[in-house]
Design a binder for this molecule. Structure first.
Ligand SMILES: [Zn+2]
Length: 415
């Protein structure tokens, strides 16, 4: 069920530098059906490869266990839907996509991105390993194969003449155990003139923003542009362009093409590579302060919750997310601090959070029960959630935002 790597997931280097130990924690997305249900816990250790700069975790959980019934339906977040629509419009214009084109997406989820291309009349093919989610995509009119993506599937599709003009992989590269097989598959599926467009959480944002709650067993790798470029180069791909986006606490969107095109990368690529080298992202010293900052943040958060409990406050949390699971379980936040978690996803409501087993209730509970404060576990969607929970805030409620530093949002502290 769990294996530990002994060499870098990308380049095979065996000397890996330990950055942060988060202890033994449950799988962050493994919601429980009953509060007394048995669950497994696994160590979670962040390391750095000095050869290719890749930050990664040591532990690999069997993907069938991790993603078999993944509870995350992207379509529940308005921010992600807006981001997806904008991306589809931009890619259609940038690559001049037509009825003769083919847009493929790996880990296409419920089709929330591809359905935009379907609306534009552009042929699509989604690849999504979670059966319940792939089923939902197909029912919504987005053709989706229910399989894990890798070299083998790419060879099969290529043999059928199915190659991509645009191959999208949003927030998937962090999850891939066979990284080289995956990128080799991408290279096989791309047309000579094709472009792979990938979004990954940017490791620099995680380190600089003390976003340690983005570390969980689903996220095997945490990328810099240096680490990405080294990985792609091994498979005949090069980074042609790069953009930074605010989604998911700060992401990179990279555009990769077959190396033989001979064209120069964009100024943005050269600038970002130079910035990374200047700020030390290619060496371990840059990452060493991270563990100290994480310890300080966790101490501050426990002190804040403890102070409020001592004052007799009733506390809840917002967002039964994987981030929230890492944050709560690696910090030791449980039923002694919080009464319940609210979440908009009807798939999660009525179930229990991994580890601390807090019940998950609908967001309307906040207005009904009026807890004194709500720990905002999905702080990356803070603006959207604060807008939706205006009634709770207007009634005197507060949100406690844990990252990048513990602070409150609410009437008494100014919104
Ligand atoms: Zn490496």
């Amino acid at each position: 069920m769990m294996e530990s790597i002994t060499a870098c997931r990308s380049c095979g280097e065996t000397e890996l530098v330990t950055l942060l130990e988060l202890g033994r924690v449950p799988l962050a997305n493994a919601l429980l059906d009953h509060p007394d249900q048995a669950e497994d816990c696994f160590p979670l250790t962040l390391v750095f490869c000095q050869r290719c700069s890749l930050v990664q975790i040591l532990q690999t959980i069997d993907p069938e266990v991790l993603f078999g019934t993944y509870p995350y339906f992207s379509s529940f977040s308005e921010t992600m839907l807006d981001h997806a629509r904008a991306e589809a419009q931009m890619l259609t214009a940038r690559f001049g996509l037509t009825k003769q084109s083919l847009v493929m997406e790996v880990a296409s989820n419920d089709g929330y991105l591809l359905r935009n291309f379907v609306e534009f009349g552009i042929p699509v093919l989604g690849i999504e390993p979670a059966t319940n989610i792939a089923g939902a995509a197909n029912r919504a009119g987005v053709p989706t194969l229910c399989e894990f993506f890798g070299r083998q599937l790419a060879q099969r599709l290529r043999a059928q003449g199915r190659r991509a003009d645009v191959l999208i992989g949003n927030n998937v590269l962090a999850h891939v155990a066979d990284l080289n097989g995956f990128v080799a598959g991408m290279a096989l599926l791309l047309r000579e003139t094709g472009c792979a467009v990938l979004e990954v959480p940017y490791v620099r944002e995680m380190i600089d923003g003390t976003e340690f709650d983005t570390i969980y067993h689903e996220h095997l790798c945490y990328y810099s542009l240096h680490a990405l470029a080294a990985l792609f180069a091994r498979h005949g791909l090069e980074v042609a362009d790069v953009e930074r986006h605010a989604i998911h606490g700060g992401s990179l969107r990279v555009y990769c093409r077959p190396t033989q095109t001979g064209a120069a990368p964009s100024p943005a690529v050269r600038t970002l590579l130079a910035e990374e080298a200047d700020s030390g992202l290619t060496g371990p010293a840059y990452y060493r302060a991270f563990a100290r900052n994480v310890d300080r943040l966790r101490g501050d958060l426990l002190a804040e919750l403890g102070r409020r409990k001592a004052a007799g406050q009733r506390l809840a949390a917002y967002g039964a997310s994987a981030k929230g699971s890492t944050l709560m379980n690696s910090t030791g936040i449980g039923r002694e601090h919080l009464d319940y978690i609210v979440d908009r996803s009807t798939v999660k409501q009525g179930r229990f959070a991994p580890g601390n087993r807090l019940p998950i209730l609908p967001p309307e509970t906040l207005v009904e029960r009026r807890p004194d404060a709500v720990l905002l576990l999905t702080w990356n969607f803070a603006d959207e959630i604060v807008r939706q929970q205006r009634a709770y805030l207007d009634a005197g409620g507060e949100f406690i935002v844990p990252v990048p530093r513990v602070h409150a949002i609410g009437k008494s502290v100014g919104v």
